[in-house]
Structures are given as structure tokens and as C-alpha cells.
Design a protein around this ligand. Structure first.
Ligand code: AKG
Ligand code: FE2
Length: 326
């Protein structure tokens, strides 16, 4: 893995809204924001306090025998626990009550009231705790999409994936390592939907995934109080270095009608992207009417045309698509 380029995510301190909107947000690159006020949660959110004030409302959790959750081999199970019992278990390494084994790992990604329709909102599902967490006002109220509890056992690793909303991931307690990859490296990540098939990013199987080394690795370690700006489409993989409680806030970067209306998770592709992908499927079907050597010829030319029209680094002038060569 020596060939993979590594970069530290830049850290900005005490960033105010104006600075974020002027210097950081338009770059559309990940950034750690340190020293932004998140409210009393930083002092208050002990295991005991969370249990008392989060209540015994049932939550759906991921439980896994090993800390590295693997979506390909589904080495985890979905279980349900009262929130206070879940927090207690996630904070301990060995459990007297367990589902799979005594050292199982836990992960909570909180959900909306109507799981299939409503995005998660801390102020609705955990109104008392929500008062302790102040969402940074870096976007307007109508852009808000969801606020999500992210609570992990020590060591828990969440697979590499992308989301379609802009995201501020707040680390409230514990520390977390986050590795990110640019959307421009998507082809080096061996995607299956929104997830990378390269499950072990620290010692990847390079026989199966030879191009993975070409993906530039962005890395940071979040401390309590840190916010990580994860722009939409940036891939991220997290490891809880300690038991940790976080909240992430998703908000809309594009006009509201660009997004799929039935997407409580914020990970369905924008409607125009979905339509374009469907049109591509139809185009490929049409090419099937031709013999293989013709398909090859037209397929190569289609790829080049897509590259010229869509890649940021090949589109020079906004009007270039309309100007005919002389
Ligand atoms: O819990 C985690 O560390 C993952 C967070 C995440 O995927 C997100 O905020 O979109
Ligand atoms: Fe995510």
C-alpha cells in the first residue's frame, strides 16, 4: 500500500458562518472545523446522562461479532434495544447480555418516526437530548434535511460509502478516525451502489482491487467538539477509536426538487442522475442490436463523448458544448 497517496484533511479553528461560507464551503472539499460551539452536549453526554434523558424508546441497531462491519458478507445483524440499554452496551467491551457473543460491537444510526418516509430528526426522536446539541447555523432552515445520532462501540468500523447531501459530522464524545476519498476517485473504489467493495481499506486485497492504490486517501482523527464537513458524494469510512457519540446533520446543497422524495436516508442519487443512468441503460440495450465489433466501436466513442461533456477537467468553457470547431 506504499503507492497510495495520503493527505491530511485540513483543520480550521473557530470558524464562523461567514468564513465557512466564503472560504471552505465553495471548495467542496472535506474540512475539520475545530472550536465551533456545539452546546452543552460536550460536557453533559455521559453514558448515564444519555440513558436517563434518551429514555427507553426502542432503537434499531447494527450488531456484529467483529468490529469491522462488512456489508458484502453481512457479518452483522439488525436488532432492537431500548435506547438506554443500547448506550450502556455500546460503551462496554464485554456484555453480560448479548445477541451474538459477549464482545459484540454495536452501531446506532438513528431513524425517523416512520422509518420509510421520514428522515431522522433528533429534536423529534430525542427531544430532551436535542436541546443539548446546537446545530451550527451554516445553512438556512429550509435546506435542513436530517439530524442523526451516530453511536458506536469502541473499534467499530463503518464501510466506505457516499451520501447525496452535504454533511456536518459532529463528534461529541470519543475519538474517531475518518478516511475520505474524492468523488473523482469513484472508479478506483470498486463500487456496489453507494458502497465500496474494498472492505479493508488499511490492508486491501490488491489482487482483487488493483486500482484501489490510485485512490487518494484523505484522513483525519476527530476529537470531541470537532465537526467534519463531508461534501455530498465524498466517500467516507469511519473507525471509532473509543466508544463515541456523534450527530450528523445533512442539508440540501441542490434545489429541493433535485432530490428523490422517497429518501429518508439521504443516500439516493439525485433524480436527474437516476434518469440519466436509466437512459444509459436504454442506450446500451439499443447497442445490443449491433454485432460485437460495432458495439465496441460505438461504445468507445460514447465513452469519449461522455468524458468530454461531463468531466470537470475537460470542460473548459461553459459554452464549449455549443461551439463547433471551425
Ligand atoms: O457513524 C459514522 O461514523 C458514520 C457517519 C456517516 O456515515 C455520516 O455522517 O454520513
Ligand atoms: Fe455517511
Amino acid at each position: 500500500m506504499e503507492l497510495q497517496e495520503k493527505v491530511a484533511v485540513p483543520i480550521f479553528t473557530e470558524v464562523e458562518k461567514e468564513v465557512f461560507l466564503r472560504d471552505i464551503y465553495p471548495q467542496r472539499r472535506p474540512a475539520v472545523l475545530r472550536g465551533v460551539s456545539l452546546g452543552p452536549c460536550l460536557e453533559k453526554w455521559t453514558v448515564e446522562y444519555l440513558g436517563q434523558n434518551g429514555g427507553d424508546k426502542e432503537v434499531k441497531i447494527h450488531v456484529s461479532t467483529v468490529p469491522q462491519m462488512d456489508f458484502l458478507h453481512k457479518n452483522f445483524a439488525y436488532k432492537t434495544l431500548p435506547f438506554n440499554e443500547f448506550v450502556k452496551r455500546a460503551s462496554e467491551k464485554k456484555h453480560s447480555d448479548f445477541f451474538l457473543c459477549e464482545d459484540e460491537s454495536y452501531y446506532l444510526r438513528s431513524l425517523g418516526e416512520d422509518v420509510r418516509k421520514e428522515p431522522a430528526d433528533l429534536s423529534k426522536q430525542f427531544p430532551v437530548l436535542a436541546e443539548d446539541f446546537h446545530i451550527p447555523q451554516f445553512f438556512t432552515a429550509d435546506q435542513f434535511f436530517s439530524s442523526v445520532f451516530r453511536i458506536s462501540s469502541c473499534g467499530l468500523q463503518l464501510w466506505t460509502h457516499y451520501d447525496v447531501m452535504d454533511n456536518l459530522l459532529a463528534q461529541v464524545t470519543g475519538t474517531k478516525r475518518v478516511v475520505l476519498y474524492s468523488p473523482q476517485d469513484a472508479l478506483h473504489l470498486y463500487l456496489s451502489g453507494d458502497k465500496s467493495e474494498v472492505v479493508d481499506i488499511d490492508s486491501p486485497d490488491l489482487k482483487r482491487f488493483p486500482d484501489f492504490v490510485k485512490a487518494k486517501r484523505y484522513e483525519c482523527v476527530l476529537e470531541p467538539g470537532d465537526l467534519l464537513f463531508i461534501p455530498a458524494l465524498w466517500f467516507h469510512n469511519t473507525v471509532a477509536l473509543q466508544f463515541g457519540v456523534g450527530v450528523n446533520v445533512f442539508w440540501r446543497h441542490l434545489p429541493a426538487d433535485s432530490y428523490d422524495r422517497k429518501d429518508p436516508y439521504g443516500n439516493k442519487d439525485p433524480v436527474a442522475a437516476t434518469r440519466a443512468l436509466q437512459a444509459l441503460e436504454r442506450a446500451l440495450h439499443t447497442l445490443d442490436e449491433l454485432p460485437a465489433d460495432y458495439r465496441d466501436f460505438y461504445g468507445r466513442r460514447m465513452i469519449q463523448r461522455i468524458q468530454k461533456r461531463t468531466y470537470c477537467d475537460s470542460v473548459t468553457l461553459p459554452t464549449s458544448q455549443f461551439t463547433k470547431p471551425g
